[in-house]
Design a protein around this ligand. Structure first.
Ligand code: KG4
Ligand code: ZN
Length: 354
């Protein structure tokens, strides 16, 4: 009889609930996305997100339980993200978890969202096959999402050192802004990936890479500005509000957009791969873990796997983007090491890791 944890994630724009047994066995994973709601604004509107979380929460919990084949009374621990993230959004998930914990008389665990992204790599990898056993600690973690681009040294379960971070835009934020410049949809990362896949190398110059050689920090705002200038020079920006595939010159314009998107993606991927490998070398780690929405990127996944001599663990794309299962997986290890959380636990929108 394993320990069954219900994990709730509402730090941004997904209302997500998952049930996980013993920190690795995925029993269910429900993600209600608000993408369509925020899409007209080209980004997440915090107040809209909070209100939608309230609407989607109870159905998501019910569906996650139904999919897991368990009753509420069979859940051993209730977990939720308590930071970092949007305050109003975090509140809905944490308060739901508190209410469940109180009414069921089951322990509550508060989870750091970034730590959750790391533990997505434990899902489906059991026993000796878990990253803690194979390849084993220490591990280099790249967490790249809409709000973070962090290089984290994981020395043990629960022991982290932040050794690199973005000094301006997060990688996901840069992808989202680049997509807006190119007139593509939201969220930008998957759109940039999609139009890059069909792109052919033309005559455009490559976009710059911010190496900042002596540090493991990142900077992505310069390449975004370079893209904007190039898009303006090429007549791609401001984008056509109502693109029509029959209009003369549209096919050429789409080709140009594809090439720019591919060049942008290449710049971000190359810097993330090189810096992650540099960190792995400096700290003598045994393996590399990727997590966060940006690590769903096919080009990043292929490139780091190709370039690394060390084992690279990357969750399937659905577990890279925000989900409740990763919160439940992480909570298992916190619970096992005796971390205690009472009902006085509050959200912390700027919660650090390490
Ligand atoms: O981890 P996540 O789901 O939410 C946050 O914690 O922020 O990450 C969302 C970010 C968005 O910026 C989105 O554009 C990006 O992840 N993203 C991607 C891809 N899928 C999602 N970026 C690049 N390529 C993708 N395939
Ligand atoms: Zn996230």
């Amino acid at each position: 009889m394993g320990l069954k944890i219900l994990g709730i994630e509402t730090s941004c724009d997904e209302t997500a609930v998952g049930v996980v047994e013993d920190g690795h066995r995925l029993l269910s994973n429900i993600v209600s996305s608000q993408v369509e709601l925020h899409s007209p604004y080209g980004g997440v509107v915090p107040e809209v997100a909070s209100r939608q979380h309230i609407r989607d929460m109870a159905p998501a919990v019910e569906k996650a339980l139904a999919d897991s084949g368990l009753n509420l009374s069979e859940i051993d621990v209730v977990a939720a993200t308590y930071g970092p993230g949007l305050a109003g959004a975090l509140l809905t998930g944490l308060n739901t978890a508190k209410a469940l914990s109180f009414s069921l008389g089951k322990p509550l665990v508060g989870v750091n969202h970034l730590e959750g992204h790391i533990y997505a790599s434990w899902l489906t990898r059991a026993g000796d096959d878990s990253p803690a056993d194979s390849p084993g600690f220490p591990l280099a973690c790249l967490v790249a999402s809409g709000g973070h681009t962090d290089l984290i040294l994981m020395e043990q379960h629960g022991s982290y050192r932040l050794v690199g971070r973005t000094r301006d835009d997060a990688a996901g934020e840069a992808f989202d802004k680049a997509a807006r410049i190119l007139g593509l949809g939201f969220p930008g990362g998957p759109e940039i990936q999609r139009v890059s896949q069909g792109a052919t190398a033309g005559t455009l110059p490559p976009l710059p890479r911010a190496w900042m050689r002596d540090t493991l920090d990142f900077s992505f705002s310069g390449v975004k500005t370079a893209l904007l200038h190039l898009a303006q020079a090429q007549g791609v920006y401001p984008p056509d509000a109502t693109p029509d595939s029959a209009e003369p010159g549209r096919a050429e314009m789409d080709e140009l957009i594809g090439e720019m998107a591919a060049n942008f993606q290449e710049s971000l991927v190359e810097v993330m791969v090189v810096k992650t490998l540099e960190m792995a070398r400096r700290y003598g780690v045994k393996g590399i873990i990727l997590g966060g929405g940006v690590t769903a990127n096919a080009r990043l996944r292929a490139e780091i796997t190709r370039a690394s001599a060390l084992p690279v663990i990357i969750p399937p794309p659905v577990l890279c983007t925000d989900n409740g299962a990763m919160i439940a997986a992480c909570a298992y290890f916190q619970y096992r090491r005796g971390e205690q959380f009472g009902l006085e636990l509050d959200i912390d929108p700027a919660l650090p890791l390490g």
